[in-house]
Design a protein around this ligand. Structure first.
Ligand SMILES: Nc1nc2c(c(=O)[nH]1)N[C@H]1C(S)=C(S)[C@@H](COP(=O)(O)O)O[C@H]1N2
Ligand SMILES: [Mo]
Length: 516
């Protein structure tokens, strides 16, 4: 053996050990990244570390704390890192000589990691996923690298430069994946964790005079009907964001500026010093088709916008409240609507809970009677007082109307479309809404026959939807049911079918059913 061959062999051995280390790095990077998204405490690293802490004998823990003090966790991770690095290097060397023993060592670590993750106190079924995916990526890396960590047949004539270059290139990629995975994962994890912690500690403001309780009187008690209050997790969600904004209550500010006497900026603590109100309000999306489900009813807790605007003082001539979200979305609301006495809110809670992240945590607007896109800005950060002839909002710039009150509408929920029913008594039921005016009556017609009055559930307020039902003495055959409503001022729902663009759909809901 020549000296050149000998040093070359040593180099390739180092490359194999490095393959193992890089594969461990990729395992960690992928694990941390996946954990940040699916289960924050379940990266292989944290899970194994946590398990070691929890399962190490009392004496060992005391020794660690005595020796390392508050650096005991750092010491643990350094120790773990050294052991894992050693095992990984061994795996790299072994994999080249005795395939697939190195991979099996990784898989063994995967099993230990997954068990550790699944037995943590906060474990869910997702907890094993980061370790499993991390180890899978690690084994792939190990195989790709070790299979290149030797000179190839062609190299014997020409030297080993070619294969060495290929190896170094691939090792570089693995290194980047490892570092980028850990960095991105930690960044994301921190962001999500602080938000989760913030939500967990969120204080729903107490309300001096709560809104009237919601009783059974507001429901018709027909099976399969949507409940009067829409639970948060069933509430429709509409917005333009791809990644839900992450704003903690500490970070949140509401800047009120523009045509005001004095610009103000409110913190959450400023809000807590004010008196809160709660109101039940039915929110509706302009994209809701007749009979659609982009409508929901919740109890919102928050602060009256009129009070907040009065603190800033409005300049004469202003007619628009342009609200802006941290993600850049804007909505234009007529100032006249906010100031006319309706319960326009800066809402911070929904059905007694902090706003869910997708519904605008930590604060959003809710204005009764106006479609969401011109009023209900989520993750709200700015209220600019301006004029309709000077400014325009997100959807107005995309072809929707600048001003958009909710159109009075009604829908059938029971029976289902194309249902097969038994002849005789059939209950037809649904909801109707006319925010700001209130529902006066609901009528049902069968096969375009005479309109018949439905029975209404009690009215909670003019800003909430109202349930109705009608008993139908059905006869065999195919029938079409239709519904229409009238508001308290005698204004009837528009019969003509019009699309949602530019300011909300019109028409009547019709349902075909088969009676046997
Ligand atoms: N920041 C932001 N707020 C927004 C939107 C949006 O795209 N971005 N969409 C609006 C629209 S069109 C509607 S209908 C309501 C829906 O509110 P929800 O998702 O809580 O039901 O939010 C409004 N607020
Ligand atoms: Mo909407």
């Amino acid at each position: 053996m020549t000296g050149v061959e000998h040093s070359d062999r040593r180099r390739w051995s180092l490359a194999r050990a490095a393959s193992g280390l890089l594969a461990a790095g990729v395992t960690l990077g992928v694990g941390v990244l996946v954990a940040a998204v699916v289960a924050s405490a379940a990266s292989p690293w944290m899970a194994v570390g946590g398990a070691v802490v929890d399962h190490s004998p009392f004496a060992v823990r005391e020794w660690a704390i005595d020796t390392f003090g508050t650096n005991d966790k750092l010491a643990l991770f350094v120790g773990m890192g050294l052991i894992i690095a050693l095992l990984a290097a061994v795996a790299g060397l072994t994999e080249t000589r005795r395939r697939p023993y190195g991979s099996m060592l990784f898989a063994g670590f995967g099993v230990v990691g997954a068990i550790a993750a699944l037995t943590r106190p906060t474990a869910t079924v997702w907890s094993a996923v980061p370790t499993v995916l991390g180890v899978a990526a690690g084994i792939l890396t190990l195989r790709l690298l070790t299979s290149r960590a030797s000179p190839t047949a062609e190299d014997h004539g020409t030297g080993v430069i070619q294969s060495r270059r290929a190896f170094v290139r691939m090792a570089g990629v693995a290194g980047v994946i490892a570092v980028a995975g850990v960095a991105t994962g930690r960044y994301l994890g921190d962001r999500l964790r602080s938000l989760t912690g913030d939500m967990a500690n969120f204080l729903v403001p107490t309300v001096e005079t709560p809104a009237p309780p919601v009783t059974a009187a507001y429901e018709v008690g027909v099976p399969d009907m949507t409940s009067f209050i829409t639970p948060n997790d069933a509430f429709y969600r509409i917005d333009t964001v791809l990644q839900i904004p992450a704003v903690t209550t500490d970070q949140w500010r509401l800047r009120i500026h523009g045509m005001v006497d004095r610009e103000i900026s409110l913190t959450f603590d400023d809000l807590y010093r004010r008196s809160a109100v709660d109101r039940v309000i039915t929110l509706t999306c302009v994209s809701n088709q007749v009979g659609g489900n982009l409508v929901g009813n919740a109890r919102w807790t928050g602060y009256l916008l009129t009070d907040l605007l009065a603190e800033a003082g409005l300049e004469p001539g202003a007619d628009m409240l342009l609200s802006r979200s941290v993600d850049g979305f804007t909505a234009s609301t007529p100032l006249a609507a906010i100031l006319d006495g309706r319960d326009a809110l800066l809402a911070v809670a929904m059905n007694g809970q902090p706003l869910p992240l997708e519904h605008g945590y930590p604060a959003r607007l809710v204005v009764p009677g106006l479609y969401g896109y011109v009023s209900a800005t989520k993750w709200v950060s700015e209220l600019e007082i301006t004029r309709f002839d000077k400014a325009s909002a997100y959807w107005t710039e995309r072809g929707w109307a600048a001003v958009a009150p909710i159109k009075i509408s009604s829908s059938i929920e029971v029976p289902a479309g194309f249902a097969r029913l038994k002849a005789g008594s059939v209950v037809v039921a649904g909801v109707a809404w006319a925010q700001q005016r209130g529902i006066g009556s609901v009528e049902v017609s069968v096969d375009d026959g005479p309109w018949q009055f439905a029975t209404l559930a009690a009215e909670y307020s003019i800003d909430t939807w109202r349930q109705w039902y009608w008993e139908w003495d059905s006869t065999p055959g195919t029938h079409t049911l239709a519904v229409r409503c009238t508001d308290r001022l005698g204004q009837r729902q528009i019969v003509e079918q019009r699309p949602t663009v530019p300011d909300g759909s019109t028409g009547l809901e019709r349902r075909v059913v088969f009676v046997e």
